[in-house]
Design a protein around this ligand. Structure first.
Ligand SMILES: [Zn+2]
Length: 229
């Protein structure tokens, strides 16, 4: 899952507006920020496969150090602990980070181990089974959450148009047609997996930071005057 993770972050922030934004919006992508780094370091293994679709075009051959259930739990606890000075914020940061593996579960093709090197693997395989339709469904999922978030933000006098626009751009960017991974998967190794890793990390780090800025700016902006009539 990609854009859906950020939509979960928006919904969490809208539901718990007093929680700092960064722990939520970077938290939802924390496991993939690590995933990209671990791919570059050679701890994880991804294999180019143009038939893998719908927007990743790589098989996630071994991603146990961040996307196994046990590792996800551990890293989510680490992420929450970074914000422990505010216990409630730390708990919500943990929830944001752990939501990642829960949201990945319906889509991943049997590559989510129970723990590193475990034989038991989870994942309903939505990407493989549904192909492009899984991308459409992820978009609908994100749209519903973004609509909820924008509505709640509006009730607090904030306009979340730009965060929603950015979500739309991310959705289009990692589509079956525009995904940069489609090109990267045709490159030779090691360029293919190294670039894949860098793109995964940046693909969660940069939008997470941008959404944080946009949301915090919307919170500071004066509430728009209501139209009379
Ligand atoms: Zn993931």
């Amino acid at each position: 899952m990609y854009v859906g993770h950020f939509a979960i972050g928006l919904a969490l922030k809208a539901r718990f507006p007093k929680t700092p934004t960064l722990p939520l919006l970077l938290g939802v992508g924390f496991l993939d920020i690590l995933d990209g780094l671990f791919i570059v370091l050679g701890w994880n293994l991804v294999t180019p496969n143009l038939n893998a679709g719908p927007y990743l075009f790589f098989d996630l051959t071994f991603i146990d150090w961040d996307h196994s259930l046990a590792a996800a739990l551990l890293w989510s606890l680490v992420w929450g602990a970074l914000f422990i000075r505010d216990k409630r914020g730390a708990l919500l940061a943990f929830v944001a980070a752990f939501s990642h593996i829960v949201a990945d579960w319906p889509l991943h093709n049997h590559d989510l181990a129970l723990f590193p090197y475990a034989d038991t693997h989870l994942g309903l395989g939505g990407w493989g089974r549904l192909g492009t339709l899984s991308w459409v469904l992820e978009g609908l999922f994100a749209a519903v959450l973004a609509a909820y978030a924008a509505r709640r933000a509006a009730q607090q006098g904030q306009r979340w148009i730009w965060p929603c626009v950015l979500l739309l751009v991310l959705f289009a960017n990692l589509s079956p047609w525009l995904s940069p991974m489609k090109l990267v998967a045709t490159w030779g190794e090691p360029a293919a997996h190294l670039t894949h890793g860098v793109l995964v990390t940046l693909g969660f780090l940069l939008p997470g930071l941008m959404l944080t800025v946009l949301i915090d700016r919307a919170a500071r902006a004066p509430a728009p005057a209501r139209a009379q009539g």
